[in-house]
Design a protein around this ligand. Structure first.
Ligand code: PEP
Length: 252
């Protein structure tokens, strides 16, 4: 039985003061939850303070991105080692906004996954098709390419620290959610692809999150699907009420 994971991607929202207020509220509301893995991904500027605030809670810390070099003259970039140093356990890699707005290719995503693992972080590896690709019947081809390229050089050992996140681009921040059946179909396909990379048992244990306009009103139905192991939540992770409702409804 796989444990559910709910991760909140705060994107470029929240000052340090706002981030602390949000995480304090979550801490209070979710104090008794020990059967769901809960992760928050604030902007870089709030990571250190949020890390202090989540001590003695069940909430874990993620960054939203990293650069794949260890250190050097890369103005504006942040390494995996720096994130680990300030208390991150996870880092999101390959988010569609990074891919579409900042030109991240599958090859860059692969380098970032290895950099995260080498720094002792777990990677939340995002992938998913665009609306045009879905309408052209290319969903599985795109997912296949992204999984294979993103996970190049990863085997059984690496996969223990990789969480997959299927996020159809047409559903991110649009209010349009994949139906539970559409999402589960893609998840089952990703699990099938994983079984060709690692053992069938390893693929069975892999966590595959769904992301794309998850909100309190649709979370339970999505989380009840057999191959959906949790959610990566954007907009609805920005308030205590909606994020904690999603967490509570993932418990079944
Ligand atoms: C995301 O940012 O990963 C995401 C899924 O956003 P939203 O929930 O707002 O669609």
């Amino acid at each position: 039985m796989r444990r559910k994971m709910i991760a909140g991607n705060w994107k470029m929202y929240k000052t340090v003061t706002e981030a602390l207020a949000l995480v304090q509220g979550l801490k209070t509301k979710l104090i008794d939850i020990d059967d769901v893995d809960m992760v928050v991904a604030p902007p870089f500027t709030s990571l250190a303070m949020v890390y202090q605030a989540i001590q003695s809670s069940n909430i874990m810390l993620s960054a939203q991105d990293l650069y794949y070099e260890k250190e050097g003259a890369y103005t504006g970039e942040i390494s995996g080692g720096m994130l680990k140093d300030i208390g991150c356990q996870f880092v999101i890699v390959g988010h569609s906004e990074r891919r579409s707005l900042f030109g991240e290719t599958d090859e860059i995503v692969n380098k970032k996954i290895h950099a995260a693992l080498n720094a002792g972080l777990s990677a939340i590896f995002c992938l998913g098709e665009s609306l045009e690709e879905r309408e052209a019947g290319m969903t599985f081809d795109v997912v296949n390419r992204q999984v294979r390229a993103g996970l190049a050089g990863c085997g059984e050992k690496e996969m223990k620290n990789i969480v997959m996140a299927y996020e159809p681009i047409w559903a991110i921040g649009t209010g349009k959610t994949a139906t539970p059946a559409q999402a589960n179909e893609a998840h089952a396909y990703i699990r099938h692809l994983l079984s060709g990379i690692i053992s069938g048992q390893g693929a069975e244990q892999a966590l595959i999150l769904y992301g794309g306009s998850v909100k309190p009103s649709n979370a339970a139905e999505l989380m009840n699907q057999p191959d959906i192991d949790g959610a990566l939540v954007g907009g609805a992770s920005l308030t205590v009420e909606s994020f904690s409702e999603i967490i509570l409804s993932s418990r079944g």
